[in-house]
Design a protein around this ligand. Sequence first.
Ligand SMILES: *[C@@H]1O[C@H](CO)[C@@H](O)[C@H](O)[C@H]1NC(C)=O
Ligand SMILES: *[C@@H]1O[C@H](CO)[C@@H](O)[C@H](O)[C@H]1NC(C)=O
Ligand SMILES: *[C@@H]1O[C@H](CO)[C@@H](O)[C@H](O)[C@H]1NC(C)=O
Ligand SMILES: *[C@@H]1O[C@H](CO)[C@@H](O)[C@H](O)[C@H]1NC(C)=O
Ligand SMILES: *[C@@H]1O[C@H](CO)[C@@H](O)[C@H](O)[C@H]1NC(C)=O
Ligand SMILES: *[C@@H]1O[C@H](CO)[C@@H](O)[C@H](O)[C@H]1NC(C)=O
Ligand SMILES: *[C@@H]1O[C@H](CO)[C@@H](O)[C@H](O)[C@H]1NC(C)=O
Length: 663
Amino acid sequence: MSYQRLLSLAFLLLIPTDLYALDFSKSTCGSNGNYTGNTAYGANLNNTLSSLSTDIGNDGFYNASTGQGPDRVSAVALCRGDVQLDTCRECVQKGVAGIRDSCPVQKQAVYWDDFCTLRYSNATVYGTLATSPVYYLMNTQNVTSPEQFRADLRTLLDNLRRRAAGGSSARKVAGGNATGPDFQMIFGLVQCTPDLSSGDCTSCLVGAISEIPQCCDGKKGGRVLRPSCNLRFESAPFFNESRLQELEFVPPPPPVIVEPPPPSGKKSGSTTQTIVIIVVVIVVCLILLLVSAIIFLRKIKKHKPTEIPQTVDEISTAESLQYAFSTVKAATNDFSDHNKLGQGGFGTVYKGKLPNGLEIAVKRLSRDSGQGDMEFKNEVLLLAKLQHRNLVRLLGFALEGMEKLLVYEFVQNASLDNFIFDSVRHLDLDWDRRYKIIGGIARGSLYLHEDSRLKIIHRDLKASNILLDREMSPKIADFGMARLFRQDETQGNTSRIVGTYGYMPPEYLIHGQFSIKSDVYSFGVLVLEIISGRKNNGFRSRGDSVGDLLSFAWESWQEGRGGEVVDPFLRSGSGSTNEMLRCIHIGLLCVQDDAADRPTMASVVLMLSSFSITLNLPSKPAFYAATGYGSDASLIHNADSTNSHHETTSSRNDASITDLHPR
Ligand SMILES: *[C@@H]1O[C@H](CO)[C@@H](O)[C@H](O)[C@H]1NC(C)=O
Ligand SMILES: *[C@@H]1O[C@H](CO)[C@@H](O)[C@H](O)[C@H]1NC(C)=O
Ligand SMILES: *[C@@H]1O[C@H](CO)[C@@H](O)[C@H](O)[C@H]1NC(C)=O
Ligand SMILES: *[C@@H]1O[C@H](CO)[C@@H](O)[C@H](O)[C@H]1NC(C)=O
Ligand SMILES: *[C@@H]1O[C@H](CO)[C@@H](O)[C@H](O)[C@H]1NC(C)=O
Ligand SMILES: *[C@@H]1O[C@H](CO)[C@@H](O)[C@H](O)[C@H]1NC(C)=O
Ligand SMILES: *[C@@H]1O[C@H](CO)[C@@H](O)[C@H](O)[C@H]1NC(C)=O
């Protein structure tokens, strides 16, 4: 046994928290060919590997490559995010020895152990997502209440993977703990090689999480080890939490309003160019229109100043929107429970009445938005300028210390989910009303996407975010929250995430990508929910099989039985069956798997208002079970099921997620 090995063994034995595989290490050799003895490849490999352990620095990540063309060797080493540099170097050294022992002639290989991961290949390794081979380890102890444990573990790991994927290009790691059922503690750590993009890190970890059922279902601990990422959970602490926190670098998150490039460039360049040209022309026209409208309004204003509704120009400073904290506090009766209207993802909402008699809804933001007061004011100012019949109006804000309040117009009726999913109140919404609601939501979203200056992606369109006024007109609430919260709004609020799984498009779940097409997807789900009166989340069709509303709607519609999707109450009413079927059709177009295939909100509005427009045939929507372990993960999981042995040793040649997802 080598000196290094003894050293690291001694080190490992000092940490009694690893309940199994105290000295775990595993090498897996590639199957893409061998090299022979004293070739250039061999020499390059020697050089590359020896530089790993000496040159790895405090980041705990190092990439190296030597040689050219077919003799090029590239390698990366990654240490667990909490280990000290000396431990890290020892681990990498041990890994180099281990990998040479186990894979003396192979052109590529992976090595895992408690504190580090290494891999080398003749193909480029740096920045390349590799999800196989995969290696599992499990603790043999069973948990109690496995159902609940699974859910809690899932929540913890989803949270951690979001944090890890949001990390910098130097570190993508997150650790934390949660209390499971029967006071069982769960400690979890997830890590990606930091050279991955945030989207690749997400897809790698989502895939790893989805493999827990094969790896270690119902066990107190387990690990899923992939070349590009790994996860581990235990019932006892196994990593140095304080060191992780110390090193955690919180980078400013990317602005959410900017649209990411459309996923998968299926469309040809010329189509893109045409679209760009059309958009430019439309924008120019809109600007011209706006300018002439403003000039026109100004002219009118000179003559009849009192009749002009509040225009954009009138809200020019944040101060004009600022309410005294004490006023708002008094208006809500000191935020009394009696005045509570509901609890949203970002805080609690209270009803209030200002001294002048105006009824308001006040959102008390649940935590610090991560913004300074000035920045917050500016954002509110921008959002307050958004005015549309189908948006809940933001009237202003109030600040005091850490407290931030948003003041909205009060909307008379409850949110849409209180109607469509309620066994009694759904009778209040006949087809005419529902059709108007669908149209209103579409116009409100269109305004957010295209008509307002800000181009806002709502990111959380769902039935509970649609409020109904006295006339049952819909008003979209909670828009622009992503602007107010600088961090990823989903962080630290898992209940909200779980609650809206059914509305999230696949590209967000897999790659973390948001675009206006994500909202279109959510809108499609919403349309199908409004028509069917059933929730996408936890939807059960025909008694036994748990499916989602989307697959049910798709299948029924495909087979010419679209009427089965429609709420029985509507079927018995006088509403137009054609309109209902057309709405199902539009809904299905919106939930298509490929974001590029989904219509824009502008087309949706057009399709809803003009029956002479012929609709495309929708392709199959992205199905995923919306329960428990399934949810976001199952997409990748299904595609990867050939790889589901307890231990997979074959090294498929750096298969990337896109390979796993033939369209
Ligand atoms: C590479 O070498 C290993 C071990 O010597 C052997 O089992 C394997 O068949 C070889 N692979 C190829 C493609 O030659
Ligand atoms: C690479 O290193 C191994 C042992 O460290 C040695 O046996 C081998 O000859 C070296 N190969 C080359 C091409 O230098
Ligand atoms: C790591 O990879 C990056 C990108 O390929 C490259 O710029 C950098 O030089 C590499 N570092 C080393 C030490 O080879
Ligand atoms: C790596 O080696 C294998 C086997 O010799 C070869 O098929 C493959 O093309 C090589 N890849 C690269 C990127 O050179
Ligand atoms: C854990 O549960 C499995 C099946 O549920 C059972 O076969 C096994 O014996 C249990 N192990 C322990 C350590 O209780
Ligand atoms: C669990 O996590 C919290 C928050 O990160 C931390 O303060 C606490 O010390 C952890 N608990 C244990 C037992 O490590
Ligand atoms: C954990 O990390 C902190 C900060 O780096 C360090 O002071 C402490 O000694 C570490 N604890 C253990 C058990 O290694």
